[in-house]
Design a protein around this ligand. Structure first.
Ligand SMILES: NC(=O)c1ccc[n+]([C@@H]2O[C@H](COP(=O)([O-])OP(=O)(O)OC[C@H]3O[C@@H](n4cnc5c(N)ncnc54)[C@H](O)[C@@H]3O)[C@@H](O)[C@H]2O)c1
Length: 333
């Protein structure tokens, strides 16, 4: 089997590409390198360019007529940037995705797997969500994901293509073989900040200690990026058995972890506790949610294999290697 991975030079797409290769599926990469890294495409068929570039997509399908599915991970993903530049974000994530699906239809591609996000949900009081929970995105970024899902479902309703939207929760970790990981030197998510606090000997700041969670800190569902990648392999393998023209599946662990719990796990893994400070909530933050994962299990036969400590440990290993594998490049997200 051969699969086109749009955004395959990024954090998740490159990991999906490795998982595909390991499973005997040949990845072909299309990436503009706007945030991705050329190093992550080494040894793979790689087309540098934009998903909206019709002649380029036509050339890829002409040169690889055996591509049987597309995994679409190409997007801009920084929430505050999407607030500052909504036009740019809708153009990059929605308009270009619409162009891409038109190019796929023209080239006879029948299977599309779309990288969606748990950020589109409004969680109930118990802070868990499943695929039927209310969709109520709270940022332009998250709304671009919800709009794309709806747009693809409309296309799939009458056109010869089927769509699976995978709603990722909070990816952590790296390829366990350390081929790829987060390309940014200074990631801004909680685990990235903990690693930075430890490296620089500065306090880790808990932003918001008054959320309606068991200890007041925000709650997330941290899923290992290799488990996410394995879910894509399962989805590619089982695609034709999925129900309906457009399906959505949550990819999380089913376990919520608060920031304080993440910090405790981090300290256990490193054995060197970082100092902690508390600060007010940041604008736009949410209490968070974790996934109910029955559908992923039922439709994909998928369950996460890695636990939180392994995700933390792989993130630390990658952080120690990152500058050697990816010299220079973008610093923060
Ligand atoms: N990382 C997360 O926390 C997270 C959570 C939920 C969903 N997602 C989704 O997963 C996908 C991948 O995220 P990631 O964390 O790997 O981000 P990333 O920035 O590492 O990867 C995105 C890749 O897409 C490429 N790209 C962007 N726009 C493009 C375009 N127009 N044409 C060609 N290539 C383009 C970038 O160069 C990059 O390689 C995104 O769609 C994102 O919305 C990510």
């Amino acid at each position: 089997m051969k699969v086109l991975i749009a955004g395959g030079a990024g954090y998740i797409g490159s990991t999906v590409a490795s998982a595909c290769s390991d499973a005997g599926i040949t990845p072909v990469i299309l990436d503009s390198l706007v945030t991705g890294r050329r190093e992550f495409t080494a040894g793979r068929a790689f087309y540098e360019g934009d998903i909206a570039d019709g002649p380029l997509v036509d050339r890829i399908f002409a040169e690889h007529p055996d591509i049987s599915a597309v995994v679409h991970c190409a997007a801009l993903i920084v929430v505050p940037d999407s607030v500052a530049d909504p036009v740019g974000y809708y153009r990059a994530n929605v308009a270009k995705s619409l162009d891409l699906v038109a190019h796929l239809l023209r080239n006879g591609c029948r299977r599309l797997i779309f990288s969606s996000s748990a950020a589109i949900y409004r969680a109930g009081e118990d802070l868990t969500v499943d695929e039927d929970s209310l969709v109520d995105p709270q940022s332009p970024y998250a709304r671009t994901k919800a709009v794309c899902e709806a747009m693809f479902a409309d296309v799939a309703a009458t056109q010869p293509i089927r769509v699976l939207s995978l709603r990722y929760f909070n990816p952590i970790g790296a390829d366990p073989k350390m081929r790829t990981g987060l390309q940014l030197a200074r990631p801004t998510h909680a685990l990235g900040k903990m690693i930075q606090a430890q490296q620089e000997g500065v306090p880790f700041v808990i932003t918001g200690a008054d959320w309606p969670t068991r200890d007041g800190s925000g709650l997330r569902d941290y899923v290992h990026v290799w488990d996410l990648a394995a879910a894509h392999v399962a989805a590619l393998t089982r695609f034709d058995a999925l129900p309906g023209q457009a399906t959505v599946i949550n990819l999380g662990t089913g376990t919520g972890t608060t920031v304080r719990e993440l910090l405790a796990a981090f300290n256990r893994v490193t054995g060197r506790p970082v100092e902690v400070r508390e600060a007010a909530r940041r604008p736009g933050d949410v209490a968070g949610a974790c996934s109910r994962i029955d559908r992923a299990e039922r439709l994909l036969g998928w369950r996460p294999q890695y636990d939180l400590a392994e995700g933390i440990s792989h993130s630390l290993q990658w952080a120690a290697l990152r500058d050697e594998i990816l010299p220079g490049g973008p610093g923060t997200r």
